[in-house]
Design a protein around this ligand. Sequence first.
Ligand code: NZQ
Ligand code: ZN
Length: 386
Amino acid sequence: MLNFEFKNPTKIIFGKETIKNLSKEIPADAKILMLYGGGSIKKNGIYDEVKQSLASYQVIEFGGIPANPEYEVLVDALALIKKEEITYLLAVGGGSVIDGTKFLSSAALYTGDNPWDILEKGIRTDVGLPFGTVLTLPATGSEMNSGAVISRRGTNQKLGMGGPGLFPQFSILDPKVIQSIPKHQLANGVVDAFTHVLEQYMTYPAHASLQDRFAESILQTLIEVAPTVIENPFYHEAASNFMWSCTMALNGLIQKGVPTDWAVHAIGHELTVFFGIDHARTLAIIAPSHYRYNFETKKAKLAQCAERVFGITTGTMEEKAATCIEHFEKFFHSLGIQTKLSEYTTEYLGTAERIEARFIERGMLGLGEHKAITPSDVRQIVSMSY
Ligand code: NZQ
Ligand code: ZN
């Protein structure tokens, strides 16, 4: 096991009828900017519930944060924060709204001239404007971590940011919010969380028995509850297990003391930029090819996963490992998620070379747990995903 430090200060308020607890969490004299997305919260009643809980506060609203939150939209919210002297941010939404809010939390206190530098220059945020979240879409884990991913339409970029100042102070997780989520979006949530676990587990054995079993148990729980969640999102127990699995998949716990990969995400973000493919689907496209291409370095963990998660007890290590990748594909397909780029776009030729060139340009020369996946390897992985 590797050395590690672990601190996660986000308070989780989980369960039925928890949105009304909002007023216990935000200081009484706060001037709040409530941030949300394209309007789903107005149709499913979450907006009204939040507004009721905030009845005693001064609240200003900023809606319209798009999926894959855009810098161009967020700068308008930043201007509002400054003009209105906002003291507290409240994100009501999925990963996109929460990530957008994290950017604003950082940018509001940033003293440099150009807030885009926070992303482009990788400036870490040690202190941000305080914020909380009401999660409406289980998937990213953003509700209990300190990272965010922001897109810039003008320059075709999708970049990450983070720092210890960007943990939400609290997050409210009421599983009933999944009732109004369209099926394809629920499937996205399952695959995103599933891949988050893989990015922190599918590396090489690091004698981290507990972390491995945490990771395997999240994979197993997602596989177990996914069909029910998608067919019957009104079933509270399945919704609860789904929601908590998504949070636990990326709140920092399972990555402590182990090597992590994250190449699937780095490559996947490019597919969102080029083709607008949903984040989770980009991962389903890249992950199988990534594991096949890097089979030698990952086969021990692939075989372990085959045994413990999919119950495969026969065959050599190599056979088990290969079967494990097939099981991933079958699982994604069972959720209606396609795993080839050509199933999403007819314009796929040349994508591998474009991504290779962009990684060279950005100096992303060594990805993965060994920092050994070069842009040329990335090109081959993407080609295998066509
Ligand atoms: O915008 P509205 O109208 O609210 O609709 C949203 C959006 O269209 C809708 N939705 C959300 N809650 C709903 C609902 N519809 C009905 N009922 C509800 N209760 O769902 C759509 C997608 O929402 P979005 O927030 O974009 O989805 P998700 O949570 O998957 O977030 C994706 C973003 O998070 C980033 C991704 O790159 C992407 O930009 N990620 C953030 C991470 C992090 N901060 O740790 C890690 C992830 O790997 C990921 O990269
Ligand atoms: Zn993800």
